[in-house]
Structures are given as structure tokens and as C-alpha cells.
Design a protein around this ligand. Structure first.
Ligand SMILES: [Zn+2]
Ligand SMILES: [Zn+2]
Length: 317
């Protein structure tokens, strides 16, 4: 798939606007973990959602493997707070170790084997380059290793985000107020219909108004695509959408994965963002449901748009 945007370097975002609460006391920023459970629960829920999505899905094997990778992240972060150089390497080793007995395709198995047999020095160097710079799994020797490295990186940043005092977060252009990475998808909540973007790396969610390009801020150049063929889409929906409507006709393999998801594509910057509507799919989890709706990416990219950010579980060319 074409990619014109890359994930910016995570790190402390430069100072910007604050994140004051929205009218009605809705939070402008939701950190991972939260009152319902710790970071381990974030990955447990994602794993459960992926297992549910895998049932009867044409990419069921891939989704089940992604669920196992989330379970490995869950186990790796369950050890408690992680800080310091040694702890970061331990987190990477824990993810690799948890995956050792998981069934997977030969290519992935070989990549995992190469990582697990690397010397301590090699892994320490890899962990340093992985955790201290922007996500760059394409620099790994083998693209098949990228999801394992991405999983460790994501676990590390989710722990950091969960421990961050929200007063330290700052709006950061189109990137995450916590780590600076671009959103993997957006979620439109039920009730007031507020839209939050979900960070591809640390899992933080931040509010931006609907009918606004998440990349460039344009409000007058948006089109919407769905996997539900059979007629013109009604736009963003629910609130008098101003955007031009469009439908990418396609073989929606499973009704579950076609329902409640659209892409919002921008004619100004030619980027697009996937949106999940919780009123229609209350169980949707952005990272998981993104992987189960890759057919919508293919169709949207065929219309000439490029995805805003990667999903770290996908090998990238
Ligand atoms: Zn983030
Ligand atoms: Zn745009």
C-alpha cells in the first residue's frame, strides 16, 4: 500500500495548545489504562477483540496471530512499571519469549528465531535504536520481524503514556499529544458523537471535531468511503455531513467488519483516516478493527488517497 506519511519521531511534543476539557466535561485527552484497569487490560481487551474478529474472517489466521501478539504484550507489561535501559530490553525479550510457542507462518517463525538468537549486545543495540528513535522497523533486517519489534515498542510507549500526568500533554499538530505519532484510526463515540483519534503507538486518544481532516485540518474537501456497497453513502453521517459522499464498492467479506467503519479522505492533502462508529459497533477497538478492515484501505488507496499512519502490526515495504 502506498504511504505518503510517516510516523514522526516519538518524544516530548513541542509546546502547543493545552488540552482543556470539552463542554460537558468530556475529556479532551484519554490516556491508556485509566480507571478501568492498567495497561495490561488495554492489551487484553485488544487481544479479545482480535480473536472475536478472526472468527470466519478471510484473514482469520493473521488476526489470530495478532491476538497472540497482543497477549504477549499483555504478559510483558504485567510485570509492573518499566523504566531504565535494562527494563526496555527486558520488555523486548519478554515479548519475544511469549511468542516462542505460538503457531505462526514459517517466515514469521524464522524472523522470531533470528531475534531470539541474537546476542545480548545485538539486541541491546536493536532495543536502543528501536526505543530511542522513530519507529523504523523497515530498517530491520527482515520485514517479517517488524511486528515483533513494533509490539515491544508499542508496549513501552503505552506504559509511558499511562504513567504520564495529563498536564504534560500538549497538542502537537496532527500528532499524538503524548508521543507525537500519527493516529491509527478515529473513533466516533455514541451519545454526543464526539470524535477521538487513537494513537498508533501509545494508545492515547485525543478529541478533534468531526468533518475535519485529521492531517491538514481542511473542512471542505472530505469524501467518505465504506465497504457497504449498493448506493451512495450519505457522508460522515449523523450530523448533517458537509463532505462529498463516495462509496468504494467492494466485497465486504463479513458484515461485522463492514459495519460502522468509513474512511474520511481529504482532497487537499490526499490523506485518509479510518473512522469507527461505536454506536454501530460498540465493541470496536481501533488497533484491532483496523487490521480486520484492510479491504477498506485497499479500496480507499485505489481512489488515490494515502493512509495517515501505519499499523505497527503490519510489515511495511
Ligand atoms: Zn501517542
Ligand atoms: Zn487533509
Amino acid at each position: 500500500m502506498a504511504r505518503i506519511f510517516s510516523t514522526p519521531a516519538p518524544g516530548a511534543p513541542p509546546p502547543g495548545d493545552g488540552l482543556s476539557a470539552l463542554p460537558g466535561e468530556a475529556p479532551a485527552l484519554v490516556l491508556p489504562g485509566g480507571p478501568d484497569g492498567g495497561v495490561a487490560e488495554v492489551f487484553a481487551r485488544r487481544a479479545g477483540r482480535l480473536r472475536a474478529l478472526a472468527e470466519g474472517h478471510p484473514l482469520g489466521g493473521f488476526l489470530a496471530l495478532a491476538a497472540d501478539l497482543c497477549a504477549a504484550q499483555q504478559a510483558a507489561v504485567a510485570g509492573g512499571a518499566v523504566s531504565g535501559e535494562g527494563a526496555r530490553l527486558e520488555l523486548l525479550l519478554a515479548v519475544l519469549s511469549e511468542m516462542a510457542n505460538v503457531a505462526m507462518p514459517a517466515e514469521a517463525r524464522a524472523a522470531l528465531g533470528r531475534l531470539r538468537s541474537a546476542s545480548a549486545g545485538e539486541l541491546a543495540a536493536l532495543a536502543a535504536s528501536l526505543f530511542d528513535g522513530p519507529p523504523k522497523p523497515e530498517k530491520a533486517e527482515d520485514l517479517a520481524a517488524a511486528p515483533f519489534l513494533g509490539a515491544a515498542l508499542q508496549a513501552w510507549w503505552t506504559l509511558r503514556a499511562a504513567a504520564l500526568p495529563s498536564t504534560e500533554a500538549r497538542r502537537h499538530g496532527s500528532g499524538c499529544p503524548v508521543c507525537g505519532s500519527l493516529p491509527v484510526a478515529g473513533v466516533v463515540r455514541s451519545g454526543r458523537g464526539l470524535r477521538y483519534l487513537h494513537c498508533s503507538l501509545c494508545g492515547a486518544q485525543w478529541h478533534i471535531p468531526r468533518l475535519t481532516c485529521a492531517n491538514c485540518g481542511a473542512t471542505d474537501a472530505l469524501s467518505y468511503f465504506t465497504l457497504q456497497g449498493g448506493g451512495a453513502d450519505e457522508g460522515e453521517g449523523g450530523d448533517g455531513a458537509a463532505g462529498k459522499a463516495g462509496v468504494a464498492e467492494g466485497a465486504a467479506s463479513a458484515a461485522e467488519t463492514a459495519k460502522g467503519v468509513k474512511t474520511e479522505a481529504c482532497a487537499r492533502c490526499h490523506g485518509y483516516l479510518k473512522l469507527f462508529y461505536l454506536e454501530e459497533v460498540p465493541a470496536a477497538e481501533p488497533m484491532a478493527d483496523d487490521l480486520a478492515t484492510l479491504a477498506l484501505d485497499i479500496l480507499t488507496e485505489a481512489q488515490g488517497y494515502a493512509r495517515l499512519s501505519r499499523n505497527l502490526f503490519l510489515p511495511q515495504a
